[in-house]
Design a protein around this ligand. Structure first.
Ligand code: ZN
Length: 129
């Protein structure tokens, strides 16, 4: 993928990757300004775990826009319906991703507990049955 063509405040070339034919990265793309502002005010600070929620917020906003466009006759029902089907799949994918993350987190916590239990056994003490 092409690099971002924007110039940073420091005067250097942005090291981001262009997200579309505009040649601008996520951080410099004008379409993403609103999204960026919201991300900075809410989930932006959180790392990995906050990301699926941010994805969902983006999805909801996009879906709402399609619905608004269909209702306002900006796009016809056919393409609107197909777009919404696509969003439905994205939503399900986001749900699956969240489930997987949750499971991974649970597994990690379980492993940590098991390791702690092993250490306690080694010290001659046992957890109650
Ligand atoms: Zn950039």
């Amino acid at each position: 993928m092409a690099g971002c063509t924007a110039i940073t405040r420091g005067g250097g070339r942005c090291k981001g990757t262009a997200i579309d034919s505009s040649g601008l990265c996520h951080a410099h793309h004008p379409d993403r300004a609103e999204q960026r502002r919201r991300a900075a005010s809410k989930g932006g600070i959180r790392g990995g775990r906050g990301r699926p929620l941010a994805d969902l917020a983006d999805l909801k906003r996009d879906v709402r826009k399609v619905i608004d466009d269909v209702l306002a006759d900006n796009i016809s029902q056919g393409p609107g319906a197909i777009a919404l089907q696509g969003y439905n799949i994205l939503l399900r994918a986001a749900k699956v991703e969240m489930d997987i993350r949750e499971q991974q987190e649970l597994i990690e916590r379980l492993e940590a507990l098991e390791a702690a239990q092993e250490r306690q056994k080694g010290g001659g003490r046992r957890w109650g049955a």
